[in-house]
Design a protein around this ligand. Sequence first.
Ligand code: LMR
Length: 328
Amino acid sequence: SYNIIIQSQNDPPVYDDEQEGLKEQIKIYFSHVVAEDTPKGLAAQRFADLVEEKTKGRVKVIVFPNGSLYSDKDEIEALRKGKVQMIAPSYSNVAELVPEWEVLDLPFIFQNDDNVERVLTGKIGEELLSMLEPKGFKGLAFWGNGFKQMVNSQMFMKNPDDFKDQRFRIMPNKVIKKQFNMLGAEPIALSFDQVYESLEEEAFDGQENTISNIYSKRFYQFHPYVTISNHGYLGYVVMVNETFWNQLPKDVQKQIMKAIEETTAWNMKQSKQQNIRQLEEMRQNPNIHIHTLTEKERKKWQERFVPLYQEYEAKYGKLLKEIRNAAS
Ligand code: LMR
């Protein structure tokens, strides 16, 4: 049976299937933490619409944005327990489960959006997704948001030394923590839903995030110095509870996969355009200051990260090589 067991007050409302005459309807609760008008928010809704259309209403995907159901700290556990059926956490957040995925957060591992797309939608992408299976999850696809930039309350981050003693909010991820330690900064791991209120309390001086996240949550109000560094990529893994997935009729699985594939192709283009458009809008705002890292500055950052690459070459050299080959 596909009925969802309601266990706590935080769970979504129960739908009265009998009354709606939809006894056979399969419901997928899709929980995520960002705003609706972001690459992930828009992709989730598009996927929901496509699934409903393709299955003629037999499957209903109900999207809960803005962490309204679960924060990124709790959503993986909620998926494991079957309280929701689908989530799309950043793969940085999932690396705690699958340590190999840390390589995806190495600074400057991806040069541009095409690199990202080639790696994550190809054979390596599949290989990475299969690593979720022993953990009880099925990974359906990678979605993109965009490249991360550095924002700060009072200065640009031009040189590695500019990071010294600066408190930076990070996602809980080992390689991101190491990156900021190497820059001499103080990384503070915090889930996304806590960022805004911590900003109000001035709990940190800067963070790394994509333009669409900075724009949609208005983080620039607190951190108006934006350094366009494109040093890391923020991407997502769309995942379902494996037991739930295996219970679905084969034809339903097939339609869901079709909807995922269409959404992924759309998302890769949409996310790129949205980040470009919103950066342009931010440039029009006189209160926001923007500096694009020069080639020379970028080289200095990269030199700083040599020991980090040495460490990961030793640990996951084969995977790194595969990623580099697939990217080029
Ligand atoms: C973050 O924590 O900054 C991101 O993972 C949020 C998101 O899901 O885009």
